[in-house]
Design a protein around this ligand. Structure first.
Ligand SMILES: [Ca+2]
Length: 89
């Protein structure tokens, strides 16, 4: 009998999660800031290679999607609805 050996080399698996440049972003906004203002630049990186390192930004908490939108590719966070103090107290 003969045996042959199959060598499979995995170059890069999508095994690493993206990491934000900061764990917490503090954002101070003046009341009734004009909507469609870019208020914060989010930045994340993913140590995987190629397509596995691609970052798509989004907001999953629907409490915040009324007020904020994030650009999927750039991570730029914008205010889309003016916040007044009575909304958050
Ligand atoms: Ca990854």
């Amino acid at each position: 009998t003969t045996t042959s050996k199959l060598v499979i080399k995995i170059m890069d698996a999508n095994d690493l999660p993206p990491l934000f440049s900061s764990e917490i972003y503090n954002l101070e906004l003046a009341e009734l800031t004009e909507p469609h203002t870019s208020v914060l630049q989010l930045s994340a990186s993913d140590p995987d290679l190629g397509i596995n390192s691609r970052i798509y930004y989004g907001i999953t908490n629907t409490t915040y999607t009324k007020y904020f939108a994030v650009h999927q590719a750039t991570g730029s966070l914008s205010l889309i609805y003016p916040i007044s103090f009575k909304d958050i107290s």
